[in-house]
Design a protein around this ligand. Structure first.
Ligand code: URA
Length: 266
């Protein structure tokens, strides 16, 4: 075999090895690129800070460890927002939530801010992250159909038949994992300010995450259909449309919840 043929074999070998490594990562659940180059965490461990010497040389300037209270920063930024545009800018500028690093877009909201009904979801998925709008994937299409069945739409210019839609988190959790309580607590000031600025007549929470965020309560299957109060407003918990896609039999209860919403609005 000549040198050129050896080289061709090497390249082909690398290509197959790279393809096999990629297939293994996809199989293991990796579905997006977080950084450009691989990080060898074993090497990082070797480079970890060495224990202090028994007799350390005195430092000229003592290091100051500043711990940021991210929820307090969020609260100050949210409360300073006088309009939805201000709030969107404040969220885009908020750098304390790690989810932002892996997201393509800050998904703020969609629909008519004059709407009587505000729907609060969980967090963007892959489609929403790509488009920068909430509920545009399969679950979002079902959500649109469900509310259209009682005459409500996010595209309606008329407040009486309009919807406003937002999420607890504006950034997609990697691999669509459930949001962590610390992430929810950190972003809650923005959610509260968002709802105060829109000032809807009624809030509909879809799924466990927004139910937990606004009430501290867990268990959407028990809570659904039972009107309660959150942030001083009537709130209806409903199952998430993604759950309904996986459990079509639960659509009957969701329909009952929609009729209850319709009755409340009239
Ligand atoms: N699920 C949600 O809770 N929100 C979205 O925006 C999309 C899917």
């Amino acid at each position: 075999m000549g040198i050129a043929a050896d080289l061709a074999d090497d390249i082909a070998g690398d290509w197959h090895a790279a393809l096999a490594a990629l297939a293994w990562q996809v199989e293991s659940g990796a579905d997006e690129v977080i950084v450009d180059a691989p990080v060898n965490r074993y090497e990082l461990a070797v480079q970890a800070p060495k224990p202090a010497a028994t007799n350390p040389a005195p430092q000229a300037t003592p290091a100051v460890l500043v711990q940021v209270d991210a929820a307090a920063v969020a609260r100050a930024a949210a409360n300073a927002a006088r309009s939805l545009d201000d709030l969107r800018a404040a969220m885009i500028g908020f750098d304390h939530c790690d989810l932002k690093k892996g997201a393509r877009n800050t998904v703020f909201a969609d629909g008519n801010p004059a709407a009587r009904v505000l729907i609060l979801g969980e967090a963007p998925g892959a489609d929403e992250d790509r488009e920068g709008r909430p509920f545009v994937g399969r679950a979002g299409q079902l959500l649109d159909k469900m509310f259209a069945a009682i005459g409500l739409s996010r595209t309606s210019p008329d407040a009486a038949t309009a919807l406003y839609i937002t999420n607890v988190l504006p950034w997609r959790p990697p691999g669509n994992r459930d949001p962590e309580p610390a992430e929810i607590a950190m972003m809650l000031p923005f959610v509260e300010r968002h709802i105060a600025l829109v000032d809807p007549e009624v809030i509909v929470v879809v799924g466990n995450t927004p139910l937990f965020a606004l009430t501290g309560q867990k268990g959407i299957l028990r809570a659904r259909g039972n009107w309660t109060t959150a942030l001083g407003k009537p709130m209806l918990p409903m199952t998430h449309p993604a759950y309904l896609l996986r459990n079509p039999a639960a659509k009957r209860e969701a329909w009952a919840d929609l009729l209850s919403l319709k009755a409340r609005l009239s």
